[in-house]
Every structure is written in C-alpha cells, then in structure tokens.
Design a protein around this ligand. Structure first.
Ligand SMILES: NC(=O)C1=CN([C@@H]2O[C@H](COP(=O)(O)OP(=O)(O)OC[C@H]3O[C@@H](n4cnc5c(N)ncnc54)[C@H](O)[C@@H]3O)[C@@H](O)[C@H]2O)C=CC1
Length: 486
C-alpha cells in the first residue's frame, strides 16, 4: 500500500484514540502547492457517527462532573502542548492548506493555543446570578448544552477547531469536530493533544467526511448544538436542519466587508490594512476587506503606494520562510477566483498591478488590485475568497456609509482616518459584527468575533462565546410556607 507523507494513524479520532473505517468512502488530501496527495482518508460510515456520538455523550457526563478549575487546567495544558509542537503543527498546516510557514508559525496553531489558554482561565469564573426577591430569592446555574458539533472550513483548520472546542469544553460540553474535507489533518493533532492534556476519552472527537457526514451529524438527535464555519448556503442548510430539532447554533459565514479610507488617513497604515485585509492567507479569510472605499482626494496617492507595495509581495513555495503568499487551497478554488478576475475585466474594472510571477501548478493565482470598481460589478457584490482587491472611490462620509452597508453580508468593516470622532461615528453606523479603526483583521481571542445579516448568528471568542455554549437554569427558592388561594 502506498504510504503518503502526512498519513495519519487512522482517519477518525473517537473515544480517546484513532479509529479506522474501511467502510467509509475514501478521499484524498492534497498539497495545493505541488498537487501531491499527502494523505488518503475515509469518510465516516453511519456506524462511526453512532460511535462518536455515544462516546461523546459518555465523556460529557464525566467532564461536566469535574470541577471547572480542573477543566480549565486541562485546556491550559493543551495550550502549552500546542505551543511546544507549534513547528510540527505549522508545517502540517502549510502542507495541507498551502499557506506559507511565515503565516502558520504565528497565526494558526498559535491562535488556537491562545484560545485554549483564554477559556482555560475562564472556566473557573463561570458563575451565575443571585436574584433577591424580598424574602424569597432565586439563583441561576450555567449548565452545559451536551454534545456540540463543530464543522470547519478549510482556511484556518486548527484555529477553527480550537475556537469551537475551547469555549465548548470550558462550559462542560463534549465536542465532535468535522473538519473540511480539504484540510482534515491538524484537527486530529488537536485531539491527540487534548487526550495528552488529560481530557477524558471521547471528550473531543474528530469525524472525517464530506458534506453528507456534516449533514448526518447535524441532524443526529444526540447533538445539542452546531457551530459552523462555512459559506452562507451551507449555513442556511445547517441552520434549517438544526431548527427542525430546536438545536442551538452558531454560524460563522461569509462576508463582503468594506474598508473606508478617508482623505486624512495615514496612507501607509491604510495601505497596510488593505493589503493585509485582502492578501493574507492568499485572500481566503471570511472577514477580508474586499471592498476598499477610498475618498477622492487621497485615491491616486493610495493606488500608487498600493501598486508599489503589491509589486514587492513574494509569492512562492509555502515552505520557504521568505514567502508571503502561497497557492489557493485547491485548483477548484483557483478556477473560481480566476472566473471572478475575468468577470472584473469584462465588466470594466482596471488592473492596477501586473500579475506577479507564479510557480507552476493549477492552484496559483497572483494577487491583483482592481481600481475603477463600481458597486454593481460582480467582484463588488459576491464573496471571492481569493487575493482580489477592489478599490472604489467615494466623495462624502454619508455616501461611503450607505454604500458600505448596501450588502446582505455584515461580517466586518474597517475605517482609516486620523479624526477619531469620525472613526467612532462611522463604525457606529456600519452594519457589521466586527469593526476596526486604523487596523484590520486583528482577531484577538479577548474580542468577540462574528457577523450580522447573512454573515451569521452568534459570536466566537471572548466571554460572548460562553453564552453560546451554555444555558441558564433558573431556580426560585421560597423562604416561607407556600400558600395559594384554592
Ligand atoms: N465567518 C467566519 O468565521 C468564516 C467564514 N468562512 C466562510 O467559509 C467559506 C469557505 O469555506 P468552505 O469550506 O468552502 O465552506 P463550505 O460551506 O463549503 O463548507 C464548510 C464545512 O461545511 C461542511 N458542509 C457542507 N455542506 C454541509 C451540510 N449541508 N451540512 C453539514 N455540513 C456541511 C463542509 O464539509 C465543510 O466542512 C467562505 O464562504 C467563508 O466566508 C471561512 C472562514 C471563517
């Protein structure tokens, strides 16, 4: 049998160990930089799904009975173990996603460790209320939901797994995680690490498969909550299935986020925000600022500086520490992005930057900046999920806010201005779940993250996530004999 370089011990991780499943449909895991198959996995057959739900249910009862402080210690140990294995995890993430190691070494497993540490520290602080009622009184208890399902996208595989697992486990839940079929490998490593950190067998399980596996898990009656990171159409399907059984949901979906650059902005900072907010992770970030609105007076200077800096971006082998941009996650995603670039050109947008030289292979797309983009163009309306920046011109603050808000999405938004009063005034009017003033795409775990409108429901990170992975029980306590009128 062929041995692939990143082949895991087995496809799934259930009940505290790896589990194979020859009955499940096989699928290949590909390094998009080279096109090489790096692992071959099997999707879950129905018996694997049953086993995962049963193991998670058993583990949840054991875990919820542990003291919150002990639960927190396990999460914090897992954070330390991730940091200790950061190099191995980063290389594996780069091989599977095509993201350069210059990114994965600082942004992927590292962000997951921050999240486990944060919720590990929160676990013992999750107290509830005492409610005085004049003699009688009431109190609330914060209880876990049960077995939670996490479903991941392919752009931040281990980060997404940690962002869902850490608050879920801190609250006393168990989790079954289904990674994207394109990037199934690092979630298995997280499962190993949580076991080593002292999580009971079955507390965090990884079940592999395509959308049918996600759908089967979503509608399983043993699942209490579904947290999805994915596209809007998938979000609608998952939310509808969950609603049929009145399950809790968190939906982290797509976006078409605006960045407003005013005449008084510090140009280099604003250009940094636009570049980071469009080209990091080869543009495959849900909160990317794919509509950059630039005020008329600064536009030419902004475009000149943007072109100059974009021309120097180093695209190439993700394993080279000097590389800044790698391939897209797959040839199919590159095709999709190339279709949007062709549509922009045929609809009259102007390329500001010539294509950069690229390595051979079907998953590579050069970063591109389009100027002269108008609100009706396809690239200004639809999520591209690739390194394509659109620059639009505006005159007044009022106009910029109205145009920024004219989208069904509402994930994120940014403003660059030296006038801080304007910065706050503008973000207060933007329809978006996460905003930045004079920065872009910074997502520390201490700050809630999530969208409004079609971009999603619920919040990840910060104490806000606790609300989405726990429920309150209210207890009324009578302090005197209980009377009634009958
Ligand atoms: N708001 C956020 O935090 C983020 C949102 N995203 C969004 O994710 C999308 C890109 O990721 P993709 O993996 O292509 O998204 P996708 O929606 O195709 O798939 C996401 C996950 O859902 C699963 N899935 C698909 N159909 C399902 C169904 N009917 N029931 C249950 N599970 C199902 C897939 O197998 C995969 O694991 C973009 O639209 C992007 O904006 C990505 C990263 C962060």
């Amino acid at each position: 049998m062929t041995q692939f370089p990143c082949q895991p011990v087995a496809s799934h991780y259930i009940g505290g160990g790896y589990l194979g499943d020859a009955a499940g449909a096989p699928f290949d895991c590909i390094n998009p930089a080279t096109g090489d198959v790096i692992a071959r996995l099997n999707g879950a057959s129905p018996s694997i799904i049953e086993r995962a739900v049963a193991c998670a249910g058993d583990a949840q009862a054991i875990w919820a009975a542990r003291s919150p402080a002990e639960r927190g210690r396990v999460l914090r140990r897992a954070a330390d173990l991730i940091r200790g294995r950061n190099e191995e995890l980063s290389v594996l993430e780069s091989l599977n996603t095509g993201k350069p190691v210059s990114e994965t070494r600082v942004a992927d497993a590292a962000s997951g460790a921050d999240c486990l540490e944060y919720f590990g520290c929160q676990a013992a602080t999750l107290t509830a209320d005492h409610i005085p009622l004049g003699g009688d009184w009431a109190y609330t208890m914060r209880e876990p939901l049960g077995v939670c399902l996490g479903i991941g996208a392919w752009n931040y595989p281990i980060q997404i797994a940690c962002w869902k697992a850490a608050p879920a486990l801190a609250c006393g839940n168990a989790m079954i995680f289904k990674p994207s079929e394109l990037t199934p490998l690092t979630a298995l490593k997280l499962a190993e690490i949580l076991t080593e950190a002292g999580a009971p067998p079955g507390l965090f399980n990884v079940v592999q498969g395509l959308r049918d596996t996600g759908a089967a898990l979503t509608s399983h009656p043993g699942i209490a909550k579904v947290s999805l990171t994915g596209s809007v159409p998938t979000g609608r399907a998952v939310a509808a299935a969950a609603a049929g059984q009145m399950k809790h949901i968190t939906m982290e979906l797509g976006g078409k986020s605006p960045l407003l650059v005013f005449d008084d902005a510090a140009i280099d900072s604003a250009v940094s925000g636009a570049i980071l907010g469009n080209f990091y992770s080869t543009g495959q970030i849900c909160s990317n600022a794919t509509r950059v609105f630039v005020q008329k007076g600064i536009k030419e200077a902004f475009l000149a500086r943007l072109a100059e800096r974009t021309a120097k971006i180093r695209v190439g082998d993700p394993m080279d520490p000097e590389t800044q941009i790698g391939p897209l996650v797959s040839a199919a995603q590159a095709d999709r992005v190339n279709r949007y670039i062709a549509a922009a050109e045929s609809e009259g947008a102007t390329r500001v930057t010539p294509p950069l030289p690229l390595p051979e292979g079907p998953a590579w797309v050069s970063p591109v900046v389009f100027a002269g983009v108008t609100d009706g163009m396809t690239i200004a309306r639809e999520e591209i999920f690739g390194p394509v920046m659109s620059v639009l011109e505006f005159d007044t603050e009022e106009e910029a806010v109205a145009r920024a808000n004219s989208t069904e999405f509402g994930l994120a938004a940014g403003v660059f201005t030296r006038d801080l009063a304007r910065g706050h005034r503008v973000v207060s009017q933007l329809r978006a779940g996460t905003c930045w003033i004079n920065a872009y795409n910074l997502t520390p775990v201490e700050m809630p993250f999530g969208g409004v409108g079609q971009s999603g429901i619920g919040r990840e990170n910060a104490r806000a996530a606790i609300e989405h992975f726990s429920q309150l029980k209210s207890v009324y306590v009578a302090m005197s004999s209980f009377e009634n009128d009958y």
